[in-house]
Design a protein around this ligand. Structure first.
Ligand SMILES: C[S@@+](CC[C@H](N)C(=O)[O-])C[C@H]1O[C@@H](n2cnc3c(N)ncnc32)[C@H](O)[C@@H]1O
Length: 222
């Protein structure tokens, strides 16, 4: 993730330009904490929380961030917390937008529509009235290979899903000397324009637009 998949410095700069330091931020699908780490480098005063359903990722985030950030384990589909935030962020966490030549598709880790609606409602529920939900915009998933430190080669391959015509599958591998050390195959659901509008409206969000660098879609809680 830190070897070019996302440009974390730029991502944090855009967030910092949009969000004043006195606002409370939650990152949905915080992973290993790379976004929040960069935000703290810009300003250590940020009040940050990260959630994720993968304990192994949270363990790495905790090592990276210590007590500078609050972290908790939850699945966004069932997350229900009393705390309220001013801003929620998904940087490839639950979801991302993908730029398909000036149009934007919504890619989500949750396959069925109802789960996506529930997840977005849960995000709206943990925001204050008027709170923002920032969702990153990334380029199209494609096949590629890149070298990582330690002579490890990362490669990813995209397939049409055999399970669902609205999904793609991404297989990725970490290899050294042609031996596979780790691999995973993920399914992404793709939601397109009118269905995106409907989904966010039903979940209680209003589209505000994109930030000026076009790295994030900005929604606000109605
Ligand atoms: C591509 S990683 C992005 C991590 C981080 N946002 C970053 O930019 O480095 C996606 C993360 O979302 C988490 N995730 C996926 N589905 C989730 C769900 N239903 N509930 C909570 N976390 C989820 C995964 O465990 C993973 O850590």
């Amino acid at each position: 993730m830190a070897s070019g998949y996302y440009k974390y410095d730029k991502i944090a700069q855009v967030i910092a330009a949009l969000v004043p330091t006195n606002q409370k931020i939650i990152e949905i699908g915080v992973g290993t904490g790379l976004v929040l780490e960069k935000l703290l480098e810009i300003n250590p005063q940020y009040d940050l929380t990260g959630m994720d359903h993968t304990k192994a990722m949270l363990d790495i985030a905790e090592k990276r961030l210590g007590d500078r950030v609050k972290l908790f384990e939850a699945d966004i589909i069932s997350m229900s917390i009393p705390e309220r935030f001013d801003v929620a962020i998904s940087n490839g966490g639950l979801c991302a937008f993908v730029d398909v030549g000036g149009e934007y598709d919504f890619y989500t880790h949750l396959i069925d529509y109802e789960s996506n609606l529930q997840a977005l409602k849960n995000i709206a529920n943990c925001l204050n009235q008027g709170g923002l939900f920032l969702i990153n915009i990334q380029s199209v998933h494609n096949n590629y290979e890149t070298s990582l430190p330690g002579e490890i080669v990362y490669s990813q391959e995209i397939f049409e899903s055999t399970k669902n015509q609205d999904c793609i599958e991404k297989a990725f591998y970490f290899k050294k000397d042609e031996r596979i050390y780790a691999q995973q195959r993920l399914t992404y659901r793709i939601v397109r324009q009118e269905a995106i509008d409907e989904l966010f409206k039903l979940a209680g969000f209003k589209l505000q637009g994109k930030d000026e660098t076009k790295q994030f879609f900005i929604y606000s809680k109605k």
